[in-house]
Design a protein around this ligand. Structure first.
Ligand SMILES: Nc1ncnc2c1ncn2[C@@H]1O[C@H](COP(=O)(O)OP(=O)(O)OP(=O)(O)O)[C@@H](O)[C@H]1O
Length: 251
């Protein structure tokens, strides 16, 4: 059994009067892919963003309970900036900066004070290799990232996240804007990256969760209904609501 990366206890989150997360308790394990599934609006993204305190930026958002990463309370004993250095995020729509490929990847390291060209060159190459896109981009490092295909942009965004050497990568529906070939590449990449990182992924695509995740959590109306090993959850769901959702008989 791998080590616990996040320990989540009694998380309740409100947007104003709206109770968006209801008493979430779970452990997320290192070097695994954990998938969050569930119908639209059930709180998957909200919970994902609570793991790197992106909700700090949402007015009227109040969170109670405890989330520990490697045993440290991320709300009490860490600041948001250091936390997000360690817990990177990739979004649904690839969002490269309107800069060159090189400057996109070097952006984070430069913010953290790395100035030497040789060092930045090394980080850019390493990150693009890890994101399985070095061969495609090595001759266009100085070209605008906006000229890349959607799938290439998403792998570039993953490289940008990797460049600051996080421990965890949160992915919020990272393939929903991509074609099947690009989706495949991102899925293969996620499986490769879990050797070195912990990956938590929101997906609308149950086949994707079944294909690549080690554990799956099913959310419904702000509750985490069921959580367990992916093959078991799909083959033998314990809760009737999970079964209805995964067999497409929901609503
Ligand atoms: N900033 C916000 N202010 C108020 N309510 C919000 C905010 N963000 C999300 N919500 C509400 O919280 C609930 C959960 O939203 P969330 O985006 O976490 O769901 P989700 O399961 O990720 O949905 P989807 O699959 O459609 O992305 C929804 O009812 C949503 O309208």
């Amino acid at each position: 059994m791998s080590e616990v990366k996040f320990n989540v206890e009694h998380i309740n989150l409100h947007y104003g009067n709206f109770h968006a997360l209801k008493d979430i308790n779970m452990k997320i394990y290192a070097n695994e892919i954990t998938a969050f599934i569930g119908p639209s609006g059930c709180g998957k993204s909200t919970f994902l963003k609570s793991l790197n305190r992106m909700n700090d930026f949402v007015e009227d958002c109040v969170i109670d309970g405890k989330i520990e990463m490697d045993g440290v309370d991320i709300y009490k004993d860490m600041d948001g900036i250091s936390l997000r250095h360690e817990v990177g995020m990739v979004f649904q729509q690839p969002n490269p900066f309107p800069k060159s490929v090189y400057d996109n990847v070097a952006y984070g390291p430069r913010i953290f004070g790395i100035k030497k060209k040789a060092e930045l060159d090394e980080i850019v190459e390493r990150s693009l290799r890890q994101a399985a896109i070095w061969d495609e981009l090595k001759d266009r490092l100085n070209k605008s990232a906006l000229g890349l295909s959607g799938g290439q942009q998403q792998r570039l965004c993953i490289a940008r996240t990797l460049a600051v050497q996080p421990k965890v990568i949160l992915m919020d529906e990272p393939t929903s804007a991509l074609d099947p070939i690009s989706t495949n590449k991102i899925e293969d990449l996620a499986v490769e990256l879990k050797k070195d990182y912990t990956i938590v992924m929101v997906t609308h695509n149950m086949q994707q969760a079944a294909r690549i995740s080690d554990k799956t959590a099913f959310f419904l109306l702000g509750e985490m209904v069921e959580y367990g090993s992916t093959p078991e959850l799909f083959a033998d769901p314990q809760d009737e609501r999970t079964e209805r959702y995964i067999t497409g008989r929901f609503g």
